[in-house]
Ligand binder design. Structure first.
Ligand SMILES: C[S@@+](CC[C@H](N)C(=O)[O-])C[C@H]1O[C@@H](n2cnc3c(N)ncnc32)[C@H](O)[C@@H]1O
Length: 200
């Protein structure tokens, strides 16, 4: 596992590469080392209610998608978006096996402006930001897609080859127009909530 992670980290220094589909098993482990990145913890911080609409941007194999779908219930909706069809196929299989029918799968790159405006109550970006070449463009699309007062949760973990520091993430988010609302964890493994100000 260490060899795979090191090789991927070195390759990622040259360019922003999406996590390869064959490595999805590593993502599905739900990180045994720190709770901050665990799907249950990330979802718990969001205080979701039944009926909410949530975007799982860069959903990968559906690790976070399934607890999100569970929390918003049948009256709610989760949109699971990923740039790689192989990741979406795995997420769809797992979501269906878990019995959820409230998830829509979208094959698209964040930053391509495929998302509806003012639509989501919450959005999550879990260890994805560093894989996106145009990070400012991606955050601008998330800002537009959220309803006013909507919350974006960005999760970063030092074990991820594309780890982004708190300063980098906060700087990008503030430049987009977000306001920081909450911080969980520490500098090497954290969840930050950013709010789209009401009125935008
Ligand atoms: C490390 S995985 C994390 C998956 C999931 N968020 C999780 O934590 O379990 C990163 C995912 O982001 C996706 N991704 C990378 N760049 C993307 C982009 N521009 N738009 C959408 N998804 C992207 C990759 O295909 C990959 O599935």
């Amino acid at each position: 596992m260490v060899l795979v992670a090191t090789t991927w980290r070195l390759a990622s220094r040259r360019q922003s590469l999406p996590c390869p589909v064959w490595l999805r098993w590593l993502v599905e482990l739900d990180n045994p080392f720190t709770k901050t990145n665990r799907a249950a913890f990330v979802v718990e911080t969001l205080a979701l209610s039944p009926g909410m609409t949530v975007l799982d941007a860069g959903c990968g194999p559906g690790r976070v998608t399934i607890p999100l779908a569970n929390s918003v219930g049948p009256a709610g909706r989760v949109v699971a978006l990923d740039i790689q069809p192989g990741m979406l196929a795995r997420a769809k299989t797992r979501t269906e096996a878990a019995g959820h029918t409230n998830v829509e799968f979208v094959a698209a790159a964040l930053g391509d402006d495929k998302l509806p405006a003012h639509y989501f109550d919450r959005a999550v970006l879990v260890t994805v930001l560093g894989e996106i070449p145009d990070r400012a463009g991606a955050l601008a699309e998330l800002f537009s897609a959220l309803k006013p007062a909507g919350i974006l949760a960005i999760v970063e973990l030092i074990f991820d080859p594309h780890f982004q520091s708190r300063g980098t993430v906060t700087g990008l988010a503030m430049a987009t127009g977000f306001r920081e609302r909450a911080f969980f964890g520490h500098s090497l493994a954290y969840v930050i909530h950013f709010e789209k100000p009401d009125g935008d």
